[in-house]
Design a protein around this ligand. Structure first.
Ligand SMILES: NC(=O)C1=CN([C@@H]2O[C@H](COP(=O)(O)OP(=O)(O)OC[C@H]3O[C@@H](n4cnc5c(N)ncnc54)[C@H](O)[C@@H]3O)[C@@H](O)[C@H]2O)C=CC1
Ligand SMILES: O=C([O-])CC(=O)C(=O)O
Length: 327
């Protein structure tokens, strides 16, 4: 029997990330080759024509799994009855900007969409915030949706996790799939902390395999943290296909399960690791079909403590900067 389609809202449908993301979802990369999907595409009124062009292209792909596409500029309509939402729609940064510089441009979007989510979405819908600054936008969304479960909102740090995984695999001379127990902590910003302390490749500690602490501290950590800027310098536009891929990885693992593998997710803190409650912070987790299990009992050394404290301090600053908007 054919399964019922999963309904997915995607905002920023006319933008560059969605030009990759929507086609991969429709091809079955998110929920597998036996699960139909229906898309609710959200974008601004002035982008509706461009979205219609994207819809024509989706039609022209004749994806067997794509059961329905709705287009709207109304977040209330977009979030009605969805099983998941990918909140991509917001301004990207350009050369010379940091992601936090987008806060004033993008914060209001997540306040409005939080209210719409609260009013319309199923309580079990899973919501991933991609638009930058993603952690603080997720915080604004959650604060603006007081009756929507906070744990069903996450911010995306998976791109950073994937970036670190790629760099570590190349350095260690192993396949990316062999790397486990990697964590990217904190804010999706230059203060993020790509942490190899617990990571293994084929069961062997990665820091023993690579055995180069200076490379880890002086090359890996800053390279992962600055990768978004390096891509903007090279492309004159921010990452798009890799961001779409990370969004798919994050949501697929969340909804279908991570099979025991650790993943990094921006989750609302419950106070573990000294992270203030309610901040959306990159932390390690595993997932089983729709639920997230935070990994809370890791022993943190002095270097990790310093790196986590630095990125958490920035999240606190961002949270305090948006208090007036939420009042
Ligand atoms: N968390 C992460 O790892 C990453 C986040 N990003 C962020 O994703 C966001 C989108 O990036 P791109 O697709 O490259 O940007 P883009 O400029 O190509 O597309 C953004 C789209 O969002 C739409 N939009 C703006 N306000 C909206 C609203 N209120 N409701 C619905 N749609 C709205 C715009 O009309 C546009 O179509 C940016 O904030 C970017 O910084 C990008 C890469 C990675
Ligand atoms: O750097 C940016 O502005 C886009 C982004 O978040 C990334 O590529 O990590």
């Amino acid at each position: 029997m054919t399964k019922a389609p999963l309904r997915i809202a995607v905002s920023g449908a006319a933008g560059q990330i969605c030009y990759s993301l929507l086609f991969r979802i429709a091809a079955g990369d998110l929920f597998g080759a036996d699960r139909p999907v229906a898309l609710h595409l959200l974008d601004l009124p002035q982008a509706q024509n461009a979205v219609r062009g994207v819809v024509m292209e989706l039609e022209d792909c004749a994806f067997p799994l794509l059961s329905d596409v709705a287009v709207t500029d109304d977040p209330n309509a977009a979030f009605r009855d969805v099983d998941a939402a990918l909140l991509v729609g917001s301004r990207p940064r350009s050369k010379g900007m940091e992601r936090r510089d987008l806060l004033s441009a993008n914060a209001e979007i997540f306040k409005t969409q939080g209210a719409a989510l609260d009013a319309n979405a199923k309580r079990e819908a899973k919501v991933l915030v991609v638009g930058n600054p993603a952690n603080t936008n997720a915080f604004i969304l959650a604060e603006s949706a007081p009756n929507f479960p906070r744990d069903n909102i996450a911010s995306m740090i998976r791109l950073d996790h994937n970036r670190a995984q790629g760099q570590l695999a190349a350095k260690a001379g192993v396949g990316v799939g062999e790397i486990e127990k990697l964590v990217v902590w904190g804010n999706h910003s230059p203060t993020m902390f790509a942490d190899w302390t617990f990571a293994t490749a084929n069961g062997r500690p990665l820091n023993e395999t690579i055995s180069d602490e200076a490379w880890y501290r002086e090359t890996l950590i800053p390279k992962v943290a600055q990768r978004g800027s390096a891509i903007i310098e090279a492309r004159d536009a921010s990452s798009a296909a890799s961001a779409a891929n990370a969004a798919i990885d994050h949501l697929r693992d969340w909804m279908l399960g991570s099979d025991g593998r650790w993943v990094s997710m921006g989750l609302s803190s419950i106070g573990a690791y000294g992270i203030p409650e309610g901040l959306y912070c990159g932390v390690p987790a595993t997932c089983t079909a729709g639920s997230i299990e935070r990994i809370e009992d890791l022993k943190i050394d002095e270097f990790q403590r310093r790196m986590i404290d630095r990125t958490v301090a920035e999240l606190v600053e961002e949270r305090d900067a948006v208090r007036a908007l939420l009042a």
